[in-house]
Design a binder for this molecule. Structure first.
Ligand code: S3P
Length: 168
């Protein structure tokens, strides 16, 4: 049964902030998938990438998504930006959650991510270009996976939260 709400979208689209506020508004448990991955691995996301590479991180992510999809009920879940890249994850998430895509203009993402130090995929000098390419490559994945899409970025979170609640 789809009792959970899962937020998907690019890094910097506000999934964690919106997720926390949405959970508070609805009186639900909030789960941040990346924090759960860190707990299970006993390590930070940048360290996991350094030690196991992206595919090692994705394997952990898949295992935690499987666990959460099976055990979480009536929760709001903020996923990592790459959590819907593996079709098996989308399948599991869709069985247990309504998927909400936080759609954000690439310029806003570039601004917000300019100084982030905890995102290994962006740890390169040509960060703006990487964001643009990744965003372009992933857009259709987010759109296809989503049950609901909300525009975020240049508007207050309160409006985003209200729109999500209306569309649920
Ligand atoms: C990733 C997004 C990150 C984190 C990891 C990989 C991605 O989460 O899971 O660095 O592939 O987009 P946020 O979307 O919370 O930054």
């Amino acid at each position: 049964m789809k009792t959970n709400i899962a937020l998907i979208g690019f890094m910097g689209s506000g999934k964690s902030t919106a997720g926390q506020r949405l959970a508070r508004r609805l009186g639900r448990e909030f789960i941040e998938l990346d924090r759960l991955i860190e707990q299970r691995a006993g390590d930070t996301i940048p360290e996991i990438f350094k030690e196991r590479g992206e595919s090692g991180f994705r394997d952990l992510e898949e295992a935690v998504i499987e666990e959460v999809s099976r055990s979480a009920k009536n929760a709001v879940i903020a996923l990592g930006g790459g959590a819907v890249l593996r079709p098996v994850n989308v399948e599991r998430l869709k069985a247990s959650a309504t998927l909400v895509y936080m759609e954000t203009e690439v310029e806003v993402l570039q601004d917000r991510l300019a100084r982030s130090r905890k995102r290994p995929l962006l740890d390169r000098p040509d960060r703006d270009r990487i964001i643009e390419e990744l965003h372009e490559a992933r857009r259709s994945v987010y759109e296809t996976a989503a049950d609901i899409t909300v525009r975020t970025g240049r508007r207050p979170f309160a409006a985003v939260i209200n729109e999500i609640i209306e569309k649920l």
